[in-house]
Design a protein around this ligand. Sequence first.
Ligand code: SF4
Ligand code: SF4
Length: 128
Amino acid sequence: MSDDLRRRLIRLYAELGAHTEPECAGNRCPKPLSCCAPMYCDLASDFAREHWGVKLEPGWHPTLPFMGPAGCTVAPHLRPICTAHTCEVNEHGCKRGDEDWTDRYYGLLEEIGRIEEQVLGKRGIWPA
Ligand code: SF4
Ligand code: SF4
């Protein structure tokens, strides 16, 4: 049961990542990846170890241990806060002018949160 729920979590986080990543793509971001910071890499490292038994290995980047040449190297379910982050949600609590996107976003967060409470005993993403 727990393994099934973990597999479901991995799929849901992949879906959440696929939902949020395009928000940063192309020329949408004025300062690409400026939202990444060492403290978020540290949080991902702690979360991955504590809840998934995964030790994340640092790469070559001088300040962001898990940044690779083509973006973050960490699987979406191991870095919940990063996967869920978009500037619009961070600043406005929604994607302005796109109710469908916002509904899907919060739907995924809610389903992920419910499963994480069962499997991990806590939610990986703080409510926006
Ligand atoms: S979340 Fe914001 S700052 Fe980070 S990459 Fe996306 S648009 Fe850029
Ligand atoms: S997205 Fe990856 S590189 Fe950026 S802060 Fe999160 S863990 Fe670090």
